[in-house]
Design a protein around this ligand. Structure first.
Ligand code: SF4
Ligand code: FE
Length: 485
């Protein structure tokens, strides 16, 4: 069943969830102004299905059923699939100018597909069989999955079992013939309120003494025992204002929530890791690798919007011919395309895993994400430079409609002659949205910490760097072969 944007929204409305926003229980979160723009962004992943020119990008063929499915539910079967994922993410970043949230679930599905295959091979427990049944359902329903990895972590110097409060990492609290119960929390969960299923994974490689924390499973988003608390974003209450132009991006936004698991019951058929701690490290590394690849697509797409806004402002303000402005725009494009190059490169160098699913090149995916922790900040800095200070000081666009103020604002904020000053002001609001407003959470802070903070990428890069090989190359050319060094 392929959903339309509307039936997707209706399916979310049917979920009976415990949701809190700004200190109040909200029965219908989908109607809330802080949530609606984020649902609109996810809905774009359905809207693309209706557009002929994007069919090749948005649809893939299921390896389970052979049927066409939305790529956000697909297990990658080739390097072409991996590259198409990044191209699709760039397209959606361009269309929404924010985080469209559906990639975390996709990355969780792919990481679990490979890991449960290995577990079933090694242990004889039908984890892969269970996972495939869940995957089939996700593909048939064209469901949106949230991927929940990050635990609160408490005292970072301590392992999960050493924490003063044992719930600071999500853990198994009980088990019977029907399933398991879990308790804990997952922080800053992208798109949680827009998801029909929540897929939980451990946050780090667990050891024997932490085996109660070695757990992975999927649940319906309205399973009893789940509690959602919406996270805030910079200037998010602008979304509640009547005059929507002041938001900067009228239609789309991102969303993160804290999810609390209060002795949630999970039936065995949805449990994918239960105390097998040896498999947690590879699951985490694969999920992180896929999501670090993802950023080479989505952040480049949002970067396209920001570069476009800066270029448009340069024109509207009459500085587009200035050499230093052109140079800054070229610099922004260079940085942005470097991110995309990394996303494509780690995909092009992907390989088939033992299950047949394609995995990205881990070293290049981590290089991709480490660049993402820096380049969007520099692109944003250059955009602010070109935009000028008015972006942060101009009056509300509501004032434009005031009978006395409107003409004054139009007169004094006029840029080049012949173009309504409103165009300039709206474009400034968009740059504000992307660099200081709600979308900065997605374009900047998420670039830093999403899919792991920079140090996590450095650890993988150090492990994958093969310095011994590089030293051998140097020794050979220096005529030191056979010498100890
Ligand atoms: Fe997708 Fe990017 Fe949002 Fe992650 S940050 S969910 S990759 S759009
Ligand atoms: Fe993310």
């Amino acid at each position: 069943m392929i959903m339309s944007s509307n039936s997707y929204r209706e399916s979310l409305e049917k979920l009976r969830r415990k949701v809190y926003i700004q200190g109040a229980a909200v029965a219908d979160p989908m109607a809330h102004p802080l949530v609606r723009p984020s649902t609109n962004a996810v809905a774009q992943t359905f809207a693309l299905e209706r557009q002929e020119q994007y069919k090749e990008l948005i649809f893939a063929r299921s390896h389970l059923s052979g049927r066409p499915i939305n790529r956000f539910t697909h297990i990658h079967r080739s390097t072409e699939d991996l590259m198409n994922k990044v191209r699709l993410q760039r397209l959606l970043g361009q269309r929404t100018g924010t985080c469209f949230q559906r990639c975390v679930g996709l990355d969780a599905l792919n990481a679990l597909e490979i890991t449960t295959f290995e577990m079933e091979q090694d242990l004889g427990i039908p984890y892969h069989h269970r996972f495939n049944k869940f995957l089939q359902q996700v593909q048939d329903e064209n469901a949106v999955c949230g991927g929940a990895m990050t635990d609160p972590k408490g005292d970072r110097s301590k392992r999960p079992h050493e924490q003063a409060d044992p719930d600071l990492y999500l853990r198994i609290t009980g088990e019977n013939s029907e399933g398991i119960t879990v308790r804990g929390a997952k922080c800053h969960q992208t798109g949680a309120l827009n998801s029909q299923y929540i897929i939980v994974m451990p946050t780090l490689a667990m050891r024997e003494e932490d085996k109660d924390y070695a757990v992975s499973f999927a649940v319906q988003a309205d399973a009893p025992g789940l509690l959602y608390i919406l996270g805030r974003q910079p200037s998010d209450t602008r979304k509640q204002e009547i005059h929507r132009a002041d938001i900067g991006n009228r239609d789309f936004g991102g969303q993160e929530s804290l999810i609390i698991f209060d002795d949630l019951f999970v039936p065995w058929e949805r449990v994918f890791i239960c105390r097998e701690h040896r498999y947690t490290g590879r699951l985490v590394e694969r999920f992180a690798g896929y999501h670090r690849q993802s950023y080479g697509g989505c952040k480049a797409g949002v970067g396209d919007v920001l570069i476009g806004a800066a270029a448009a402002l340069a024109e509207l303000q009459g500085v587009d011919k200035a050499a230093h402005i052109r140079d800054k725009l070229v610099e922004m494009v260079h940085l942005n395309e470097t991110l995309f190059c990394c996303g494509i490169a780690c995909s092009a160098r992907g390989r088939a895993s033992s299950s047949g699913a394609y995995l990205i090149d881990l070293l290049l995916a981590n290089v991709c994400k480490l660049n993402v922790t820096r380049f969007p900040y520099e692109i944003a800095r250059l955009a602010e430079d070109i935009a000028g200070g008015l972006m942060a000081t101009m009056p509300s666009l509501a004032d434009l409609e005031h009978p006395q103020l409107g003409p004054l604002l139009r007169k004094y904020f006029q840029g080049i002659a012949g173009v309504e000053s409103t165009c300039r002001l709206k474009m400034l609001r968009l740059v504000e949205n992307l660099t200081l407003g709600p979308a900065a959470a997605a374009y900047l802070t998420e670039s830093m910490h999403g899919a792991g903070s920079p140090q996590a990428q450095r650890v993988v890069i150090a492990r994958q760097a093969d310095l011994a090989h590089k030293k051998m190359l140097a020794r050979r050319l220096a005529g030191l072969e056979g010498e100890s060094s």
